[in-house]
Design a protein around this ligand. Structure first.
Ligand code: GDP
Length: 423
C-alpha cells in the first residue's frame, strides 16, 4: 500500500449524525470486512431490524465500543486500521457524548485530517463549530465535510450547497486551510465508496477517493529531534539511545546535542532490528550510538547540533481541561512531554475560550472540557518546540499526582522566559 503513505484521520459528529454507520460503511467499501464477519453482520442486522429486509446495519461493525463502555471498560479512543489499493489509514473513532471533547482531543492530536459529519436535516450545529475549533487547536488543517442523511432531505442539492457554503465560511474563520465537502448517504454507501445515482448532481470525488488523495505530509519544521525513550546498554561494549524520531532526519556522522544540556557528539551508528542504517527520518524507531560517552537518559532530546531546540521552563500554552475536578492554578501536576516527565504548575489562566464561539472570557479555573490559554511553569528546563511546528515536543499532558489521572492536554505556544541553562 505504498502510493500515498499512511493517513491518520478522525471522525467528528454529534450523536446520531451517522458516524458509526459511515465508518462501518467505509470499512465495508474498502473491502475490510471478511466473509464470516459479513455473515454475522447480516444475521445481526436482520435480528435487530426485522422490518428492514436484507439491509445491513453498518453501525454494528463499529458499535462494539458502546457495549464496552456500558460494561464500565474505559476505552476513550479506538484506533481502527484499514487500507485501500493506494494507501493505509488509521482512523480514531471517538465515542462518548459528554466526554466528547476529551476523546476528540486524544484522537485529534496525531491526525492529519478530520471527517466532520453533519445531518442534512439539521445543518451546522454548535457542536460542529466546537469540533472544528478543537481540530484546528490540535493542528488539523484539512477537513472533509460529509453532509449525511441526504435521503431524508429528498437528495436536494440546495440543502447541501447551503450547508457546504456555511461550513466553508466557518472553517475559514478557524484557520482550516483545506475543506472538501460532499453529500453522502451512509447506509447506502452513496458517495462513500462509489458514486451515487440518487445524488447525481454531485460530480466530485467519493469519500474514499478524497481520503486516498489527501496530503499527509505534516507542515512542520524539519530539524532533527529524537526524545530518548530508554538507554540500551546490554553490555559494556554497546550503548545506544532508543527512541522515535519526531522531526527531521539524521545521518551517520551528523553532529548532535543532548538537550536540555549542551553535550555534543557525532552519530556513530543508527541501529534498527534488521541492522544498521545510513540515515533515518521522522516516524522511525531507532537506536542511536554516539562517538563518545556522554550522560544522556530517558527524557533527554537528541537534536541537530546546528539547529537545536529552544530550552525553557515557562510557557504560554493552550490547555484543554479533561479532569473531573477543576484545574487549580498553582497546584503541582506532572507534565509529560515527549518522553520527559517534570513537575509543573499552571501559574495563571490568561483567558478561557468559549469553544462554541471562540470568545475569550475571564476565568479563575477551568472545568471539564474547557479550553484555556495559560502560563505554565516547570521546576526544570526542557527542550521543546511550539506545538505548531512539532506535535511531540510541543504537545503535553498534565497528570494529577494523587490519582494518576490525565487531567489535561496542552499545546505549547512560546517560551515566556528562556532558562539560564541555554548555550
Ligand atoms: P452515530 O451516533 O453518529 O454513530 O450515528 P449512527 O451511525 O448510529 O446512526 C444513527 C441513526 O441514523 C441510525 O439509525 C442510522 O441507521 C441512521 N443513519 C445514519 N446515516 C443515515 C443516512 O444517511 N440516511 C438515513 N436515512 N439514516 C441514516
Amino acid at each position: 500500500h505504498a502510493g500515498q503513505g499512511l493517513l491518520r484521520f478522525i471522525t467528528c459528529g454529534s450523536v446520531d449524525d451517522g458516524k458509526s454507520t459511515l465508518l462501518g460503511r467505509l470499512l465495508y467499501d474498502a473491502g475490510m470486512v471478511p466473509d464470516d464477519q459479513l455473515a454475522a453482520l447480516a444475521r445481526d442486522s436482520r435480528r435487530l431490524h426485522a422490518d428492514a429486509g436484507d439491509a445491513l446495519d453498518f453501525a454494528l461493525l463499529t458499535d462494539g465500543l458502546d457495549a464496552e463502555r456500558e460494561q464500565g471498560i474505559t476505552i476513550d479512543v479506538a484506533y481502527r486500521y484499514f487500507h485501500t489499493a493506494r494507501r493505509s489509514f488509521i482512523v480514531a473513532d471517538c465515542p462518548g457524548h459528554e466526554q466528547y471533547t476529551r476523546n476528540m482531543a486524544t484522537g485529534a492530536s496525531n491526525a492529519e485530517l478530520a471527517v466532520v459529519l453533519v445531518d442534512a436535516r439539521k445543518g451546522l450545529l454548535p457542536q460542529t463549530r466546537r469540533h472544528t475549533y478543537i481540530c484546528s487547536l490540535l493542528g488539523i488543517r484539512q477537513v472533509v465535510l460529509a453532509v449525511n442523511k441526504m435521503d431524508l432531505v429528498d437528495c436536494d442539492e440546495r440543502v447541501y450547497r447551503e450547508i457546504a457554503e456555511a461550513y466553508r465560511a466557518l472553517a475559514q474563520t478557524l484557520g482550516i486551510a483545506k475543506v472538501d465537502c460532499l453529500p453522502v448517504i451512509a447506509p447506502g454507501g452513496d458517495n462513500v465508496g462509489t458514486r451515487s445515482t440518487r445524488l447525481s448532481w454531485y460530480q466530485g470525488p467519493t469519500l474514499l477517493e478524497l481520503l486516498d488523495a489527501a496530503d499527509a505530509t505534516p507542515a512542520r519544521a524539519a530539524d532533527f529531534r529524537m526524545p530518548v525513550q530508554w538507554v540500551n546498554r546490554p553490555d559494556q561494549s554497546f550503548r545506544g539511545y532508543a527512541g522515535t524520531i519526531c522531526g527531521g532526519r539524521v545521518a551517520k556522522g551528523d553532529e548532535v546535542v543532548v538537550q536540555p544540556g549542551v553535550q555534543r557528539a557525532r552519530i556513530a551508528r543508527i541501529v534498527i532490528a534488521d541492522g544498521d542504517l545510513d540515515s533515518a527520518g521522522e516516524g522511525q524507531a531507532v537506536t542511536l550510538c554516539l562517538d563518545r560517552e556522554l550522560d544522556a537518559s530517558r527524557g533527554d532530546v537528541i537534536a541537530d547540533a546546528l539547529r537545536p531546540a529552544p530550552v525553557a521552563d515557562q510557557f504560554a500554552c493552550h490547555v484543554v481541561w479533561l479532569g473531573d475536578s477543576a484545574l487549580l492554578p498553582n497546584r503541582t501536576y506532572w507534565l509529560k512531554i515527549g518522553t520527559r516527565t517534570v513537575n509543573a504548575r499552571v501559574m495563571s489562566i490568561k483567558h478561557k475560550v468559549d469553544v462554541n464561539t471562540q470568545a475569550r472570557l475571564a476565568a479563575r479555573h477551568l472545568s471539564l472540557n474547557e479550553v484555556g490559554y495559560c502560563t505554565v511553569g516547570l521546576d526544570e528546563a526542557i527542550a521543546f518546540e511550539p506545538y505548531a511546528t512539532n506535535h511531540t515536543l510541543g504537545g503535553f499532558i498534565l497528570i494529577d499526582r494523587q490519582t494518576n489521572a490525565t487531567v489535561a492536554c496542552g499545546m505549547l505556544d512560546f517560551a515566556l522566559k528562556r532558562s539560564a541553562n541555554v548555550h
